[in-house]
Design a protein around this ligand. Sequence first.
Ligand code: OOG
Ligand code: MG
Length: 264
Amino acid sequence: MTVAAPGAIEEAVRTLFEAQRDRKEIEPLTDAWAALDERTSYEIQKKLVAKQVEAEKTRIVGLKLGLTSEAKQKQMSVHEPIYGILIDSRYLGEGEPLVVSSLIHPKIEPEICVFLNTPLKGPGVTAEQARKAIAYATPAMEVIDSRYKNFRFTLTDVIADNTSAARYAIASRRIAAAGIDLKTVGVVFEKNGEVVTTAAGAAILGDPANAVAWLANKVAEHGESVAANAPIMAGALTDAVNIAPGDVVTVTVAQLGSLTVRCV
Ligand code: OOG
Ligand code: MG
C-alpha cells in the first residue's frame, strides 16, 4: 500500500470540486500521482461528495455503478466496475430539462435503476441474494461529465471523480421486479427519434443482480452496506452519447417502460 503525501488527498478533493463547480476540465490526477491506489481514490470520492453535499445543502440518496458493461469498459478503456455516490441535488426530475451549458462536456447513457427491499451487507453476497433483494426496477439515464479533459482517465482517476457522475434521471413509476428476469429485458436507446443502440439487461455483468452483488461486496471493503429503498443505478448498458441543446433522448426498457430527457 502506498501512503499519500501529506495533503495530497485534500488537494485532489479541492481540484475535483472546483473543476466541477467552475466547469473546467483538468488533467487526470494520476498524471502527477501515478501511485494513487484504489482505496485512496474511494477516500477522495467520499470527501469530494461530502464537500458537494455541504456546498449544495443536499444529501446522499443512493449509489451508482459504472463500467459494468463490456461496451462501457471498451469505450473508456477501464476494465473493472466502479461505484459512485448519488446526491439529491443532481437528480433530474421527469420532464425537467437538462441544461447542457451547466456541464463541461456531458454525455448521456441508458441505465436501469433498482431499489432493494432489504439492505445488503457483504462480503459474500451472492447474485441469488441480490436478485431476491431487488424489489423494484425502472428505466433510467445517467448524464456523465468527467472532469478530466477528453474523458481520459485511469481506474483510480475516475473513482476519485465520483465516477463522472453529473445528473441522473429515473422514471417515477417503479415496477415490481418479482417475475421480471432483468437479464433478458430488451433496452432501446434513442436520440432525436433514431435508435442509437440496443441491448439486453445481461449487458450489465451478465445480469443486473450480479452488479448489485458486486456493489454490496465492494462497499463492504470500506465497511459499508447497500441500503434498502435507495436508488442504485446499475451502470450503462451501452456506450454513452454526446448531447447538445435541442437533443431529445429516450430509453425504453421492456416491461419497465420508458423515460425521456430533453436537452436545452
Ligand atoms: C465513467 C462512468 C461510467 C457507467 O454507467 O458505466 C458509468 C465514465 O464513463 O465516464 O457511469
Ligand atoms: Mg452511468
